[in-house]
Design a protein around this ligand. Structure first.
Ligand SMILES: [Zn+2]
Length: 135
């Protein structure tokens, strides 16, 4: 897994550093993390790391297209899933879940107007306790 991450970093012209590898390993584990959570996780193995290093590394990874970030109530969240989807913030459960969306009409519409979509973030605030069970 580390070798795969290292290859992804190199492919995007980034140097492979222990911090970048460690952060990618964390965000690939599951859904969504804020900077503080990644920092807390990282401190277990790299006690000398600082919060600003974590944020700087996350920004580098985001610019390289390896992580996506979005904001909910002013807090920045990060995820390894970079293909378009909606991040649904469950206001009643204080959770973030992924939802499949077809963003192709937006992307095509922009392309037809001559602009390439660089980043597309859909954040939905919803009451998830009312969501019907998905089969
Ligand atoms: Zn997501």
């Amino acid at each position: 897994m580390s070798e795969a991450i290292a290859n992804e970093l190199r492919k995007r012209g980034l140097k492979v550093t222990p911090q970048r590898l460690a952060i990618m390993r964390i965000v690939q584990k599951q859904g969504h993390y804020n900077g503080e959570q990644i920092y807390e996780e990282l401190k277990k193995t790299e006690p000398s790391i600082s919060l600003s290093t974590v944020y700087n590394t996350l920004e580098t990874l985001r610019e390289a297209g390896l992580v996506n970030s979005f904001e909910i109530n002013g807090m920045k969240w990060y995820e390894a899933r970079v293909e378009p989807h909606a991040n649904v913030y469950c206001v009643d459960k204080n959770e973030i879940i992924d939802m499949e969306v077809d963003a192709s009409s937006i992307i095509n519409d922009m392309r037809n107007k001559g602009a390439e979509v660089k980043n597309l973030n859909i954040v939905v605030y919803a009451e998830c306790s009312k969501l019907k069970e998905q089969k």
